[in-house]
Ligand binder design. Structure first.
Ligand SMILES: C[S@@+](CC[C@H](N)C(=O)[O-])C[C@H]1O[C@@H](n2cnc3c(N)ncnc32)[C@H](O)[C@@H]1O
Length: 381
C-alpha cells in the first residue's frame, strides 16, 4: 500500500470555501480549513496532482513533523529531528518563514533563526560538511506554531500557484490568476453560459473562465519546487500531466466575451489567451463598457472595474460603476460579480448586492459584490 503523507494547501482568506469545493471535486473529501490552511492525508503523487490541478490555492506543502514546542529548545530539537538530509540537497538555499498563534513562542524572527540553525546543524552533521554551500535551488520551509504545537512544512510549489505562465506582460492593476479563478467559480459560470468581462485589462478573468470551460489544468505548463527534491519520483508528474491532458475538452463554445477601452490592453489579453491555449474560446473587442449590450439571456458578467485610486480618479470611477449598473439593468436575467476596493460601489451601482464577501487581491482587502439573476434569486441562491 502507498505510504500516507500529510499535505497542506494554503489559500487566501475568503477563498477557502471555493478551494474546498475544488478539493472535493478532485476526490480529497471535505477537509476543514483553519486560518487559510487545509490539511489532509494523501499520497506522494498528490503533491504533483494538487499543484497541477488546483485553480484557487496559493501553494501546496508537505507536512514533515508535528511536535510540542513551548520553548526554543523544544523547537530546535523538534526541527533537528527531521531527516533533512533525505529532504534537501546538500547545496539547498533554505529560506525559513513562519507564524505563531496563541503560543508561548511568538517572537517570529527568533524562531526563524532557531529553525534555520537546527536544519543547518543536522545537514552539516549528516552530510559531513563544515559549512553549507547554499549555492543550489531555493527551498522554503515553514513553521506554524499553534497552541504550543509546531508543525514543520516543506513548500512543494515554489513560485506561487497564481503564476500559471501565460501572463508575460504586465497590465494596469492586474488581478491574481487564482483570485480570478475563484471569482469565476463563485459566479457559477459553466461552458456555454454567456460570459463577459467588460474591463478585461490583461485578460485574466476571461482566460481563467476559458481554461475552466475547457478543463485546462492551471499548472500544466509550469515548474514546481518539488521537481528539484532529491526524494521525488518524476514519474508522478508525468502521469499527472497525462491525466490533465486527457481531461481537456476543447471546442466547448465557451461563449466568452472580453473587452476593454484600451486597445493595448486588448492586444495584451489576446497574447495571454494565445499563450494559455484559449484564444479560440474568447471573443475580444476594444469597447467602452457603457456600450455593452447582449440579446442573450442568463449570462454572467465577472469583472474587475477600475478602482479609483490606481486607474481612474474616484469621481470618474463612480460614474463608470453607475454606467455599469445601467448596462446590467438592460440585460435579460444576467448575474454580475464585481471585485472592487471601492466602499461606495453599491451606491454608485444603484443597487445593493445580493451578497458581498471579503477577498484579497495581493494582500489588499477588496469586496466581491454578487448580483444574482432573477432566476437565481427565485431559486433561493
Ligand atoms: C483594474 S483593471 C482590470 C485588470 C484585469 N482584471 C487584469 O487582470 O488585467 C481595469 C481596466 O478597465 C479598463 N477601463 C477603464 N475605463 C473603461 C471603460 N469605460 N470601458 C472599458 N474598460 C475600461 C482599463 O483600461 C483597465 O484595463
Amino acid at each position: 500500500m502507498e505510504e500516507k503523507i500529510s499535505l497542506s494547501v494554503s489559500v487566501a482568506s475568503g477563498v477557502e470555501s471555493v478551494t474546498k469545493k475544488e478539493l472535493k471535486r478532485l476526490g480529497y473529501g471535505e477537509p476543514a480549513a483553519i486560518r487559510g490552511t487545509i490539511t489532509f492525508d494523501g499520497e506522494w503523487r498528490d503533491i504533483a496532482r494538487l499543484n497541477v490541478f488546483l485553480r484557487t490555492a496559493d501553494r501546496v506543502s508537505l507536512s514533515l513533523r508535528e511536535f510540542p514546542a513551548r520553548t526554543f529548545d523544544e523547537l530546535f530539537d523538534g526541527i533537528r529531528s527531521v531527516a533533512w538530509e533525505e529532504v534537501l540537497k546538500k547545496d539547498a538555499r533554505v529560506i525559513v518563514d513562519g507564524k505563531s498563534y496563541q503560543s508561548k513562542l511568538f517572537a517570529l524572527s527568533a524562531c526563524q533563526k532557531i529553525a534555520k540553525k537546527a536544519i543547518a546543524e543536522r545537514m552539516k552533521e549528516k552530510c559531513g560538511l563544515r559549512v553549507l554551500p547554499e549555492t543550489g535551488e531555493e527551498v522554503r520551509v515553514n513553521f506554524r506554531i499553534e497552541r504550543d504545537v509546531a508543525k514543520i512544512l516543506l513548500d512543494t510549489t515554489g513560485t506561487g500557484l497564481h503564476k500559471r505562465g501565460y501572463r508575460d506582460r504586465v497590465g494596469v492593476a492586474p488581478i491574481r490568476e487564482n483570485l480570478a479563478a475563484a471569482m469565476v467559480l463563485l459566479s457559477d459560470y459553466y461552458a456555454g453560459r454567456p460570459f463577459a468581462d467588460l474591463f478585461c485589462g490583461s485578460g485574466t478573468v476571461a482566460i481563467e473562465a476559458a481554461m475552466l470551460a475547457c478543463g485546462i489544468a492551471p499548472g500544466l505548463n509550469r515548474r514546481f519546487a518539488f521537481e528539484a527534491f532529491p526524494f521525488y519520483d518524476e514519474s508522478y508528474l508525468l502521469s499527472v500531466r497525462e491525466e490533465a491532458k486527457s481531461g481537456e475538452k476543447r471546442g466547448m463554445h465557451a461563449a466568452i466575451f472580453a473587452s476593454d477601452l484600451d486597445g493595448g490592453a486588448v492586444e495584451m489579453a489576446k497574447r495571454h489567451a494565445r499563450r494559455a491555449g484559449v484564444e479560440k474560446e474568447i471573443r475580444f473587442a476594444v469597447k467602452d463598457a457603457a456600450d455593452f449590450r447582449s440579446e442573450e439571456k442568463n449570462g454572467v458578467i465577472v469583472t474587475n472595474p477600475p478602482y479609483g485610486e490606481r486607474v481612474l480618479d474616484e469621481k470618474s470611477a463612480h460614474a463608470l460603476i453607475r454606467t455599469l449598473g445601467g448596462v446590467y439593468g438592460q440585460l435579460d436575467n444576467w448575474s454580475l460579480f464585481a471585485i472592487s476596493r471601492d466602499a461606495a460601489f453599491e451606491k454608485a451601482f444603484g443597487r445593493k448586492a445580493d451578497k458581498t464577501r471579503k477577498l484579497y487581491n495581493s494582500d489588499k482587502e477588496c469586496r466581491f459584490y454578487e448580483y444574482f439573476s432573477k432566476r437565481e434569486r427565485n431559486n433561493g441562491r
